[in-house]
Design a protein around this ligand. Structure first.
Ligand code: PHE
Length: 368
């Protein structure tokens, strides 16, 4: 077959526009590669044509070869350009999707704060946690037996009257639950379920039917309980003196133990800290006055026996602190009722920054 230069050139032009069309239509990198293989691959169309050059006579071969090189270069370049486009269109899409408008105003600062009650509980936990106590909890609605009887306050005991108990409506069998009047029932629950040695503190809500400037029907306590074979009154004193000094941040705070009575401890002691009212305001520390802040005592052997613990082998001590009271003293909060009013101005003033987490480690590092 004779070589007709003009026809060959026309065919090449057609082929070129076909191939460039395919390159332009390739929707992704895989499709583009198919086009490349079909044109320039080992068995591709252009490669095939190149091979056919060998059969031409030298003059024709020169002209046809030059034209085919132009075609080959044009297709290869188109493929490269398209490849670049396809690769970058992914990036453009991602850039559009992940765009951040740095001119937008930042999110407003969180405006909440930690309530002084929560903060105070966390502080108490940090101090006793350092001494090896763990946190235990119990229900707010409690069986009479746990709140009173097991704590050596039987039904006719006069101490029941001091507790101003809220009773819950009677159940079918006539027995009535109570809103716990103190956190001490958790002592009982813990002694029933855990074996000594026991070393717990129990923060929580407590309830008494009493409401005036210094009493709220709901308030908070932290209970403490230690039961083992060796702990004695000396340990009770050391532990509570250490707590008072750490909590109020006064290293030489005077702490006094005053004989008292609780049915569930024997002997019992109330704990006072030194203060002064000189110059009108109240200041914690050395002075001529005392403030009562804690109830405490050696666990009454009867209470241990009520929980199935051998009182000839085990002994220990317990204490209870009113959270509101120590929070008011430490932070100069004058009125108990304000704790529960949810007044945002009060909360902004007396609240704590969320990251202001109490820790004995931080205290030690600050040397306070
Ligand atoms: N439960 C007592 C109260 O609420 C406090 C207390 C606890 C006293 C433990 C002694 C031991 O008043």
């Amino acid at each position: 077959m004779a070589f007709v230069a003009s026809e060959f050139m026309e065919d090449l032009d057609k082929l070129k526009s076909e191939m460039l069309g395919q390159v332009a239509e390739a929707a992704d990198l895989a499709a583009l590669d198919d086009v490349r293989v079909a044109a320039l691959g080992r068995k591709g169309q252009i490669t095939g044509l190149m091979k056919s050059l060998g059969q031409m006579d030298p003059d024709d071969r020169k002209a046809a070869g030059a034209a085919m090189n132009v075609l080959k270069d044009a297709v290869a370049e188109a493929i490269e350009t398209r490849k670049f486009e396809l690769e970058n269109s992914g990036i453009d899409e991602r850039l559009a999707a992940e765009r951040i408008d740095v001119t937008l105003p930042v999110r407003p600062e969180a405006s909440g704060s930690i309530h002084p009650i929560s903060q105070t509980i966390d502080e108490v936990i940090a101090i006793f946690g350092e001494m090896g106590f763990s946190v235990a909890e119990g229900p707010d609605i409690e069986e009479d037996w746990y709140n009173f009887t097991a704590l050596n306050i039987p039904p006719d005991h006069p101490a029941r009257q001091e507790h101003d108990t809220f009773y819950v409506n009677a159940e079918k069998d006539g027995h009535r639950k109570v809103l716990r009047t103190h956190t001490s029932p958790v002592q009982i629950r813990t002694m029933q379920s855990a074996k000594p040695p026991i070393r717990i503190i129990v923060p929580g809500r407590t309830y008494r039917c009493d409401h005036d400037a210094t009493h709220s029907p709901m308030f908070h306590q932290v209970e403490g309980l230690v039961v083992d074979e060796v702990s004695h009154m000396g340990h009770l004193k050391g532990c509570l003196i250490e707590f008072c000094r750490a909590f109020f941040g006064v290293d030489d705070l005077p702490v006094r133990f005053r004989p008292s009575y609780f049915p569930f401890t024997e002997p019992s002691a109330e704990v006072d800290i030194g203060c002064t009212r000189e110059g009108g305001g109240l200041r914690i520390g050395h002075g001529d006055d005392w403030l009562e802040i804690l109830g405490s005592g050696m666990v009454n052997p009867r209470v241990l026996e009520n929980c199935g613990i051998d009182s000839t082998k085990y002994q220990g001590f317990a204490f209870g602190v009113g959270i509101e009271r120590i929070a008011m003293l430490k932070y100069g909060i004058p009125d108990l009722r304000t704790f529960y009013e949810s007044d945002i101005r009060w909360l902004n003033h007396f609240g704590f920054a969320p990251l202001d987490v109490p820790s004995m480690v931080a205290r030690a590092q600050l040397g306070s």
